[in-house]
Ligand binder design. Structure first.
Ligand SMILES: Cc1cc2nc3c(=O)[nH]c(=O)nc-3n(C[C@H](O)[C@H](O)[C@H](O)COP(=O)(O)O)c2cc1C
Length: 194
């Protein structure tokens, strides 16, 4: 596929992934963060919005990832659409989305998910699963059902990219690797050995 910039190429593959019945989570992306002492950690999060400004996911700001991003905003993302033999790697810097954007997304979530966001002390030690269910029940009773506002410890991050690589697997490991690098507002493209 010929693309003017990495976003056209991302859209092309992401749309294919969403239509592909064998891809269960087309929007799952592996997020790597690095702690203040240099220890990397990674986990999957879901892509909830994207455009040329960046790739947005939502989470608990006091989670392990949230703490690491507060110390070091440089992160990387990796999509792997197994059934399509495509991998997309994105490197960039995290910024928090606006309160208005986070509120709008929070309000669009199912009630149970909103209650869950209030109840979970994400990444902290948990005595038992029963303890979590109790906290969910308590949060559900306490919170006003009509307008449940977003917790201030829960929001979204936008990963503003400066490097995007799209790899298409080819026979005999002669994969095609297209690397896009940001130069101000422009992107340059080159190939990498597989
Ligand atoms: C497919 C998938 C999607 C996930 N999406 C999210 C997400 O969007 N936000 C989130 O906070 N956790 C999400 N999780 C859970 C995270 O992978 C992780 O367990 C959690 O955020 C705690 O990570 P941390 O302790 O490193 O902060 C997802 C897990 C999977 C398997």
């Amino acid at each position: 596929m010929v693309a003017q910039n990495p976003f056209e190429l991302f859209e092309y593959w992401f749309e294919k992934a969403k239509k592909n019945k064998n891809v269960k989570y087309p929007d799952a992306m592996n997020l790597a963060t690095v702690s203040a002492d240099g220890q990397p950690s990674n986990r999957n999060v879901l892509l909830k919005a994207w455009d040329e400004q960046g790739f947005v996911f939502y989470t608990n700001l006091t989670s392990r990832k949230g703490g690491e991003i507060a110390e070091n905003a440089k992160v990387s993302l990796c999509f792997h659409w197994d059934d399509m033999d495509v991998q997309v790697r994105i490197e960039g810097v995290c910024e928090q989305v606006s309160d208005a954007q986070a509120d709008a997304y929070f309000d669009s979530r199912a009630l149970q998910s909103r209650i869950g966001a209030w109840a979970s002390k994400q990444s902290q030690p948990l005595e038992s699963h029963g303890h979590l269910l109790k906290r969910v029940a308590k949060a559900g009773l306490k919170l006003p059902m009509g307008k449940m506002h977003r917790p201030d410890f829960w929001s979204g991050y936008r990963v503003v990219p400066h490097r995007i690589e799209v790899m298409q697997m080819k026979d005999f490991r002669l994969h095609e690797r297209r690397e896009f690098l940001r130069n101000g507002n422009a992107w340059s493209e080159g190939l990498l050995y597989p």
